[in-house]
Ligand binder design. Structure first.
Ligand SMILES: [Zn+2]
Length: 564
């Protein structure tokens, strides 16, 4: 019995490694009937996560029919203001689940199912896992229409293929979807890192940027590097496909040193559980400062990513004085286009001109131990595992302003920040909240838990925190109609809602006393009601919209209109 399992596992591994996903058991069609041009690839480096699918451009339009790529059953529907917006999950008999996100709306049958649920729950944001077989679809059915809902910066379809068993997202382009791509990946930046205390690169103990140039054979050559000790490299790289200027993620990055593969990583699949470790793969301090992502070819503390096919000596190169090293970086896309960059390294111990800088403060945290610090009226608690490595922190407080280092250090877990608010009158206290200050000193709302004389917030972002007060209720104004207007030919009502400081927490609308579904789009501050949802029997309609901000200030907007 045990042996059998092992054989199966071994077969499975081979199957995995050789990337033969698109076996005879999958025969997915395209989710759209336009040529596939991508504005995002699988594994692409995003904020705190790897991109779990592909982003297909929809010709700057919304409302394109989205097709079920294979027969199956709807396993999940989720509607949220953020993230995937309106999203549909279809489980297929072949063991995969496909995900379609940022949708404008669903196909008729699913749309009716969802609306019924929304009216029942009296909420726009819903999540449901229909029974197996409750909502079945055939291959090619129009299951939705493409849109721009949730955290989407422009009309596109976000499409994923997950393993149904473990929810692992896999690279959708490994299943035979065709994307025109004859363009080589681009290397936009090359960096060298001294990694041990005594290491140096070009007489520096800090990261340095290296210049490189294109050679006659199409490969790239870096300026020569002199180094000693343990060093590593990092690249800033992106891939373009044909027919679009979008800078997408690359598929595979390989580092070879004197003919030996030190690093080989690619994006066939990953798990959502590991996605936040992206912050150990990129040079995070550089990213926090410049918003550019350098992908390191060596392992940093806390990196538990499963993306490596090969990792020798953690991708780090031990440079011995007197020896020469030919480092070759190969960056490729899924179509097989490859860019090669060579770095000649000479082992040499030279005087250090740029010594390492170590910030030492009274505040030190161990990655594997909790840490707690008193800061005036505030207290911060970092649970064990918050940090990827042991580090000194720059902490201070000045009245109600608390400085928790800089955003330059990534955190894996939430810390807890508690303010003593006993100095605030119980009356005004309700309008206060914990806020972070952005670069322009604007307070950003943090979910604030109130208990006795304390306010508490949890966050994974270091930076400046304070208490802010919001005394102004939200604004509500009609967008496409006026009071007492005849709206017989109108298909929908549109209102603009906004809040100046703490942000919108909830909203609801009624028409002649009955709850109506209002779709909220935070990107455009819009609330929309579709007249199709309800047959109105009355001519005279009274609309009431109530909007509440995050500290409980409420605005009630009332208006009348006519319709027949
Ligand atoms: Zn996407």
């Amino acid at each position: 019995m045990k042996i059998k399992v092992w054989i199966l596992l071994a077969l499975g591994c081979n199957f995995w490694a050789s990337a033969q996903y698109a076996g005879p058991e999958t025969n997915f069609r395209s989710p759209l009937d336009i040529p596939l041009i991508l504005s995002g690839t699988f594994g692409e480096l995003r904020s705190n996560h790897f991109h779990a699918g592909i982003d297909i451009k929809t010709q700057q339009r919304q409302g394109l029919p989205v097709y079920a790529v294979e027969a199956g059953t709807v396993s999940r529907i989720k509607i949220s203001h953020w993230g995937y917006g309106k999203a549909l999950y279809i489980a297929h008999p072949n063991g995969y689940t496909t995900v379609y996100a940022h949708l404008q709306k669903f196909g008729p049958e699913i749309e009716e199912y969802v609306k019924k649920l929304q009216y029942q729950k009296q909420r726009y944001e819903v999540e449901v896992f229909p029974e197996y077989g409750e909502l079945t679809v055939s291959k090619g059915d129009t299951v939705a229409y493409s849109g721009n809902t949730g955290g989407s910066a422009g009309p596109h379809l976000h499409f994923e293929i997950r393993n149904s068993l473990d929810e692992k997202p896999t690279n959708p382009l490994l299943y035979g979807l065709s994307v025109r791509d004859a363009t080589n990946p681009n290397i936009a930046g090359l960096f060298a890192y001294p990694l041990s205390d005594s290491a140096q690169v070009n007489q520096s103990q800090k990261r340095i940027e290296l210049q490189f140039s294109r050679q006659a054979d199409g490969t790239y050559l870096s300026e020569p590097v002199s180094a000693s000790g343990l060093i590593g490299f990092g690249v800033e790289t992106y891939d373009r496909q044909d027919l679009a200027a979008n800078k997408n993620g690359v598929y595979r990055v390989v580092q070879v040193v004197n003919g030996k593969t030190y690093t080989d990583m690619d994006f066939k699949a990953f798990s959502f559980g590991e996605t936040r470790y992206i912050n150990t793969l990129i040079d995070y301090p550089h990213y926090a400062r410049y918003r550019n992502r350098i992908q390191k070819l060596f392992l940093s503390a806390g990196n538990r990513l499963s993306l490596y096919n090969t990792l020798y000596n953690e991708g780090k190169i031990r440079v011995v004085p007197g020896e020469g090293y030919q480092v070759e970086l190969r960056v490729s896309d899924l179509a097989g286009n490859q860019t090669v960059l060579r770095i000649p390294v000479e082992g040499k111990k030279l005087p250090v001109m740029e010594p390492a800088e170590v910030l030492k403060t009274p505040y030190y945290v161990h990655a594997d131990k909790p840490g707690s610090f008193e800061l005036g009226r505030a207290q911060v608690y970092f649970p064990a595992g918050t940090f990827y490595s042991d580090t000194y922190l720059d902490l201070s407080s000045d009245s109600l302003l608390v400085k928790l280092h800089e955003p330059s250090i990534p955190l894996h877990r939430n810390f807890t920040l508690t303010f003593d608010v006993s100095h605030l009158s119980p009356d005004s206290r309700r309008q206060y909240f914990i806020a972070t200050l952005d670069d322009e000193d604007r307070p950003q709302f943090q979910r604030t838990y109130r208990r006795g004389d304390t306010f508490t917030a949890r966050s994974r972002n270091l930076g400046r925190y304070t208490l802010a007060r919001d005394t102004v209720p939200p604004r509500v104004e009609p967008r496409n109609f006026k009071e007492k207007q005849w709206l017989t030919n109108y298909r929908y009502l549109s209102l603009r809602i906004s809040d100046d400081l703490s942000g919108i927490a909830s909203y609801s609308g009624t028409l002649n006393g009955r709850w109506i579904l209002m779709e909220y789009e935070p990107k455009t501050n819009t609330l929309t009601y579709n007249f199709d949802d309800r047959i109105l029997s009355e001519r005279q309609c009274e609309l009431v919209v109530e909007v509440t901000d995050n500290v409980g200030n409420t605005t009630t907007f009332q208006t009348q209109f006519f319709r027949r």
